[in-house]
Design a protein around this ligand. Structure first.
Ligand code: PHE
Length: 379
């Protein structure tokens, strides 16, 4: 800032000459007009109205003028600054209006567009049924145990007391897995000793070798048999297996456990019945039936109200069960003098068929979400 000077003529102070002030004002106008957006305008604002802008600096010079010159220069600078801030406000309003109009277009939401372009899937009812059944047993203190689907023949058959020429081992039931000899040649399937498990029962043997009794496990899983896929057969299906080995377990424990399971799954008035059967790994063995879920037995002897689900038998066959054969306990290193056990196993696909009236097994394997969705999102 210059020092006060009595003989000072404002027109001689370069920064306060009228044409200089006009130039500063016009430069500010031009800069505002050139600012294409609000950011650029903010920069122009600092440059032309900020503390170090030419007009602010010129304003400071006024103080150094003699009193008679102050008023005139002050008026000139003041008018220029007023015009500049008006121009700034006008441009600011203009650019804000432009931005608002652009945002309205750019951020417009078309509410008529479909909202579910990535439709949610649905859990497969086989999975939810298996989890439900497992939950019934977990609530009673059972643990979930799993085994491999590609299984040693020994676990799938030998440990379970299937004699070497048992018909179930035949290639018409069992998928044998091809192996390789030590010198890299492929072995025929039944030389490899490896199969795709035909049931979940090998998990019984694995569990008994793995843990000390008492053992209470539930084993859900996928199993394989050489069936063609048709309305009532599938080469890949699911079973759930139960094994309890403890001191003093009897057939009454098995029956009570089965009744509890069907009541928990199908309703309090449900019950089971056992019919003699044979499995190499249980002795005695039984086929287990439950009261028909649909007619609850009312169709029996009642030709006016036939039941398609149970064929008016009143009972539905659920699976196999029995007391663990002592030979299995011995093969797995458990003392049959001290411990006894029971086991049962059944197919999940069958349960899905009669529980939900699914008539064609192929619907279960095709993976069409239109089949799975109506079962709901049971977690
Ligand atoms: N594993 C037998 C089957 O697949 C079922 C079963 C399980 C029978 C446990 C008895 C005990 O048919």
């Amino acid at each position: 800032m210059s020092a006060p000077n009595k003989s000072y003529d404002p027109v001689e102070v370069e920064a306060l000459k009228p044409e200089e002030i006009e130039r500063m004002r016009d430069e500010a106008f031009a800069a505002f007009a050139a600012a294409g957006d609000l950011d650029a305008l903010a920069q122009a604002k600092t440059a032309h109205t900020g503390g170090t802008s030419p007009l602010s600096l010129a304003n400071r010079e006024i103080g150094a003028l003699p009193p008679q010159a102050k008023a005139e220069a002050g008026k000139r600078v003041g008018q220029a600054r007023g015009a500049v801030s008006k121009a700034l406000a006008a441009r600011q309003a203009e650019l804000e209006a432009e931005r608002d109009a652009r945002v309205l277009v750019e951020e417009a939401v078309d509410v008529t567009l479909p909202y579910d372009r990535t439709p949610a899937g649905a859990r497969h009812p086989l999975t939810t049924i298996m989890e439900r059944v497992a939950d019934v047993f977990v609530a009673m203190g059972y643990e979930v145990a799993e085994g491999p689907e590609v299984e040693a023949e020994w676990f799938n058959f030998d440990a379970l007391n299937f004699v070497p020429d048992h018909p179930a081992r035949q290639t018409q039931d069992t998928f044998f897995v091809q192996g390789t000899t030590p010198d890299g040649k492929p072995t025929t399937g039944d030389e490899s000793g490896i199969v795709l498990r035909t049931h979940t029962s090998p998990v019984q043997a694995r569990t008994l070798l793995d843990r000390e009794p008492p053992v209470y496990v539930v084993c859900p899983g996928r199993v394989y048999r050489t069936d063609e896929l048709d309305a009532t057969h599938t080469p890949v299906f699911h079973q759930i297996e139960l094994l309890a080995v403890d001191e003093g377990l009897t057939m009454a424990d098995l029956k009570g456990t089965l009744d509890h399971m069907v009541q928990a799954l199908f309703g309090p008035e449900m019950k089971t019945r056992l019919r003699p059967n044979f499995f190499p790994f249980t002795e005695p063995s039984a086929e287990m039936d439950m009261v028909c879920y649909v007619c609850r037995g009312t169709s029996v002897g009642n030709p006016d109200r036939p039941c398609r689900t149970c064929g008016s038998e009143g009972w539905i066959e659920l699976g196999g069960c029995g007391m663990v054969n002592p030979k299995v306990l011995i093969a797995c290193g458990v003392d049959p003098q001290k411990y006894s056990g029971f086991a049962f196993g059944f197919g999940i696909e069958r349960m899905l068929m009669f529980r939900h009236n699914v008539e064609d097994m192929r619907d279960m394997v095709e993976g069409d979400v239109r089949f799975t969705r109506p079962f709901g999102m049971e977690i």
